[in-house]
Every structure is written in structure tokens, then in C-alpha cells.
Design a protein around this ligand. Structure first.
Ligand SMILES: [Zn+2]
Ligand SMILES: [Zn+2]
Length: 244
């Protein structure tokens, strides 16, 4: 159950990263989706997963032993299949999710409008980010004018139509992505897959909604996104100052 560097050839998705799930989940529906994180790799995209029945056996046994492992009979699964299986089996209260999104959006929307108006965001010739410092600089005529303190929530891929939380993205610097882990923790408390899953099928709107949750938690003043090759990187802005 531990070697996560292995690749697997999936009939549907081709060569993919291998993941590990209990025997019941693959063909199951609404069985629950419990996660076991690798302590050495807590940011992994697809932690080992098992159903609620397996969780009961694991609870009764107190550990993974002969009996609980035999009951789970862990199978290797392609990471994309894993994500489909998670979608089918995860149980959550969708009202909790919708209330959270609504509240966070209501919090940030008026602040964000003020931020856009007050700082003329949208009227700069260019932006440059400095991930190591967690800064986004807006410039006109080659002169830096505005400096924003940024926290990446995640990115949206127009190619795969997926959202990926910043913490799950190994190409991003720790300084700008560390805040996003607070949302994962919140998701674990509330049992919400959208907050816990590193990557999931989504729309650009989901990107704004996830970013507004981060904004609420950070008491941010605005949201922003920048274009990438295959989509956008979304961020919450917690502070801003004029440079001129
Ligand atoms: Zn199971
Ligand atoms: Zn697959």
C-alpha cells in the first residue's frame, strides 16, 4: 500500500499514477470514502481510500492487520478512475457546502468590488508575481505601481476541466500555497470533498468559489486570477499598497 511512484496502464485513461483503494469502492456507489494519509507525503493527490464498512473493521481492530487488510483487500487503481470512484462514493451534506460557498461569497464580494475600484485593478499593462515573497506587482509603462500580498487558492485547467488546490501543486512555491492547506483542514472538519480532494472536475466558477472560501478564512480584501497556458491561477489578496 505504500509505493505511490508506480504507474499503471488503465484501459480508459492510459498510463497513469497508481492509487490504492479497498475492494468495495471500485464497483460501489455511496459507500463512503475514508482517507489514509502518508505522513511523509501529506499533500499527495490520491491518498489510500476505503469504504465505511472497511472503516468499521479498521476501528474494531484498531489498526491495519491481517483481518482488516483481508476485509479491505486493497486494489490498485489509476488516479483518474480513483477520482471518479471518489465522486461516486463520497457522502456529504451538500447543504453545508452550499451554505459555506454562499457565506464566503457574500463576505468577499463587496470587499472585492471596493478593491477593484479603489486600486484600478484591470487597468495595468502587466503583472509580475514573486512567489517566494508572496507578492503580485502591477505595472504601467515599466513602472511598478501597486503591490499585492497574495495567497494562491489553486488553478483551473481548461484542458482537463479540473480544479487543483494549490497545496496539491508541486510546481508552486510554499510561500504562496501554504495558506490553502487551511481549507483542506476545514474540509476535513466539515466532510466536504470539494475542500479535501486535491483535484476534481470543475468549472471556472468553482475556481472563484473556492478562492472566496480562502478569502474568508484569511480575512482577505479581494480576489484575482492570472492566465496560464492551460487556464488560470486563482488567488486571494490580503493586503495592497501603492509603490508610487
Ligand atoms: Zn471497503
Ligand atoms: Zn483510469
Amino acid at each position: 500500500m505504500s509505493n505511490h511512484d508506480n504507474k499503471i496502464a488503465c484501459d480508459t485513461h492510459g498510463n497513469s499514477n497508481a492509487t490504492f483503494i479497498c475492494q468495495h469502492l471500485a464497483s460501489g456507489d455511496g459507500l463512503g470514502f475514508n482517507l489514509g494519509y502518508d505522513k511523509d507525503n501529506p499533500d499527495e493527490l490520491c491518498p489510500d481510500a476505503w469504504c465505511d464498512k472497511c472503516e468499521e473493521v479498521l476501528d474494531a481492530e484498531g489498526e491495519w492487520n491481517e483481518k482488516s487488510e483481508a476485509f479491505a483487500d486493497i486494489k490498485v487503481m489509476c488516479e483518474h478512475c480513483y477520482e471518479d470512484i471518489r465522486e461516486r462514493n463520497w457522502i456529504q451534506d451538500d447543504d453545508v457546502y452550499h451554505d459555506l460557498v454562499t457565506n464566503c461569497f457574500a463576505f468577499i464580494e463587496p470587499l472585492h468590488k471596493d478593491f477593484i475600484n479603489k486600486y484600478n485593478v484591470g487597468n495595468y499593462e502587466r503583472w509580475d508575481w514573486h512567489q517566494e515573497e508572496g507578492k503580485l506587482i502591477f505595472s504601467n509603462n515599466g513602472i511598478p505601481e501597486l503591490e499585492a500580498e497574495i495567497h494562491f487558492s489553486g488553478s483551473y485547467s481548461t484542458k482537463s476541466e479540473t480544479w487543483m488546490w494549490a497545496w496539491a501543486n508541486s510546481s508552486l512555491e510554499e510561500k504562496v500555497k501554504s495558506s490553502s492547506r487551511a481549507i483542506k483542514e476545514l474540509g476535513e472538519q466539515l466532510g466536504l470533498k470539494q475542500l479535501v480532494a486535491g483535484r476534481w472536475k470543475a468549472s471556472e466558477i468553482d475556481g472563484w468559489e473556492m478562492t472566496s472560501i480562502l478569502a474568508k478564512v484569511l480575512n482577505a480584501i479581494g480576489l484575482y486570477r492570472t492566465q496560464t497556458k492551460n487556464g488560470f491561477i486563482y488567488m486571494a489578496i490580503t493586503n495592497v499598497r501603492w509603490l508610487t
